[in-house]
Design a protein around this ligand. Structure first.
Ligand SMILES: [Cu+2]
Length: 114
């Protein structure tokens, strides 16, 4: 009946959350996207519209130049928090980047040998 025992370490690996992960945000149809990333991640914005856009944080933490079609801008988020940003050319375009704590790394305990 030993087939009932599954390796615990494998299950733990599958369940472990991702750490800092870069995320790409497409700017389309005059819309910015709200994204949630872990601390230390880089967000990359790519303009998919046929008009220029910018990404500017409300307190000027980051501020891109005008992005033409296909241009991109990236910013690394080292601080936890909620960052409101907008397009300076179209101020109705608003969204947020929400930065959450990266999970603490924990060693995976091996199952006791049978
Ligand atoms: Cu815009």
């Amino acid at each position: 009946m030993r087939a009932f025992f599954f390796p615990i370490a494998v299950a733990a690996m599958i369940a472990s959350p991702a750490f800092a992960q870069d995320q790409t945000v497409e700017i389309k149809n005059f819309m910015l996207m709200t994204v949630t990333v872990t601390q230390g991640s880089t967000v990359i914005w790519v303009n998919r519209d046929q008009v220029p856009h910018t990404v500017v944080e409300k307190t000027k933490l980051f501020r891109s130049a005008a992005l033409d079609t296909g241009d991109s801008y990236s910013y690394k988020f080292d601080k936890i928090g909620t960052f409101d940003y907008f397009c300076s050319l179209h101020p109705q375009m608003v969204a947020k980047v929400i930065v959450v704590a990266a999970p603490v790394a924990r060693p995976v305990h091996k199952a006791k040998p049978g």
